[in-house]
Ligand binder design. Structure first.
Ligand code: ADP
Ligand code: MG
Length: 400
């Protein structure tokens, strides 16, 4: 059971015909032509929206998109989301804005049963990221209850994610947030062992807290991606032109000292020609990256070792791709770990992938449904795992 009251805890009678103000995270990538590049975050909210429509509540949605900086910016309009949302939810969608206007308030009152109202980007409003009280009150007028379903934004204390809940009750978790918390709570509690974690991606500095928190409970820690470069460099290995986070070398040295011998670093790497934008990959031992090359993926031997350890795990958490997976030549390390996670899941392991790029890599490998849980929120998932709390969740009614 999650620690907050959820949508499903509310009696259906209390929802019927009520305006449910739902904070969603439709911060979707937009293609150059302005269309929605990836509808994943919209689709993730469909269970909550269908639930609300079925009990005859009226969903009114708030979201941000991009970083317009507190003023209207047509490039960050939520308008392109309307057709995608309508298609995904199977319901007509009305669009109004600005979200703090009388027009939006009137639209919330006029919304017919069976329809959804999407309001314009909350970050067009100056008070949003300041968690402004007056703006929070204005948002609160838009609904008769508040539903938090923007998991990917729950680590931000903004007016639409936290402030609004001070003035609008009940304030409950939506079905997406509930599912996310349930999956992550399972990692925070007693886990089945071996507990294997894999870390990759680019930045240690951003992830240090969660690395610490999970690693001291893990049985095996597999490090890949540019993160592995920093760890290797901390051991004094030369890495040619590879991406190394110089300012994290001390931290990496300290972590290695404490995590040995459970930590695995790559024994071989795929190194590309740094000048030619990473072309011409060659396999090299991890301590022999040529001066003019950059390590861009884990090598074949490391792939096999990591895959075997992942398959042996009963619990698995993964954040950060094993290489520059956006380039086909350097995608195999990430794909191998994704496949191993899917195999582990099939044999009964509990497997969670968290992180924007990590989730994308698993999705592109066609394996999203083959692991136990893929988090829709990178930063939020990591923050929850590190601290056990999130501002946008703490703001909700406690579970009774
Ligand atoms: P997530 O979004 O899953 O938390 P990060 O944002 O930390 O992951 O890292 C993902 C990025 O790291 C990707 O763009 C990937 O190409 C890059 N990356 C991974 N390994 C390397 C590497 N060896 N060299 C350069 N970039 C890398
Ligand atoms: Mg990322």
């Amino acid at each position: 059971m999650v620690s907050r009251r959820t949508l499903r805890d509310l009696p259906e009678l209390e929802l019927r015909e009520r305006r449910a103000l739902v904070r969603v995270d439709y911060n979707v990538p937009l293609a150059p032509d302005g269309a929605v590049g990836d509808p994943g975050r919209v689709e993730a909210t469909v269970p909550t929206l269908r639930y609300l429509l079925e009990v005859e509540a009226r969903p009114i949605l708030l979201s941000h998109l991009g970083r317009p900086g507190g003023a209207p910016d047509p490039r960050c309009s939520l308008a392109p989301v309307v057709p995608v949302l309508s298609q995904a939810a199977g319901a007509p969608v009305r669009f109004a804005g600005p979200a703090d206007s009388e027009e939006a308030l009137q639209a919330s009152r006029d919304l017919p049963a069976g329809s959804i109202l999407l309001l314009e980007n909350t970050r067009f409003l100056a008070g949003e990221t300041r968690n402004d009280e007056e703006l929070s009150r204005r948002f609160a007028r838009l609904g008769d209850l508040f539903v938090q379903d923007a998991f990917g934004s729950t680590h931000r204390a903004h007016a639409s994610t936290v402030g609004v809940a001070r003035f609008l009750r009940p304030a409950v978790a939506g079905l997406l947030v509930e599912a996310e918390l349930r999956a992550l709570d399972a990692l925070l509690g007693e886990v089945e062992r071996p507990f294997v974690v894999a870390f990759g991606g680019a930045k240690i500095a951003d992830k240090i807290e969660v690395l610490e928190g999970l690693a001291h409970r893990a049985d095996a820690i597999l490090v890949g991606g540019a993160m592995a470069n920093t760890f290797l460099a901390a051991r004094g290995v030369g890495l040619g032109r590879s991406m190394v986070e110089e300012e994290s070398l001390d931290v990496a040295r300290d972590l290695l000292a404490r995590w040995e011998p459970r930590t695995r670093l790559p024994t071989d790497l795929l190194a590309g020609d740094a000048e030619a934008g990473g072309r011409d990959p060659v396999v090299v031992p991890a301590d022999a990256v040529p001066e003019d090359r950059a390590a861009l993926d884990i090598g074949p031997r490391t792939r096999e070792t990591y895959a075997e350890l992942v398959r042996q795990g009963r619990t698995f958490f993964w954040n950060g791709p094993m290489g520059l997976f956006e380039h086909e030549a350097y995608a195999e390390g990430t794909r191998t770990v994704a496949r191993a996670a899917a195999e582990a899941t099939l044999s009964g392991a509990f497997t969670v992938v968290g992180g924007g790029d990590s989730a994308r890599a698993v999705r592109e490998a066609g394996l999203s449904a083959s692991v136990s849980h893929v988090s829709t929120g990178g930063g939020a998932a990591l923050e929850y795992l590190a601290r056990g709390s999130l501002p946008g969740v703490d703001a909700l009614d406690p579970a009774s």
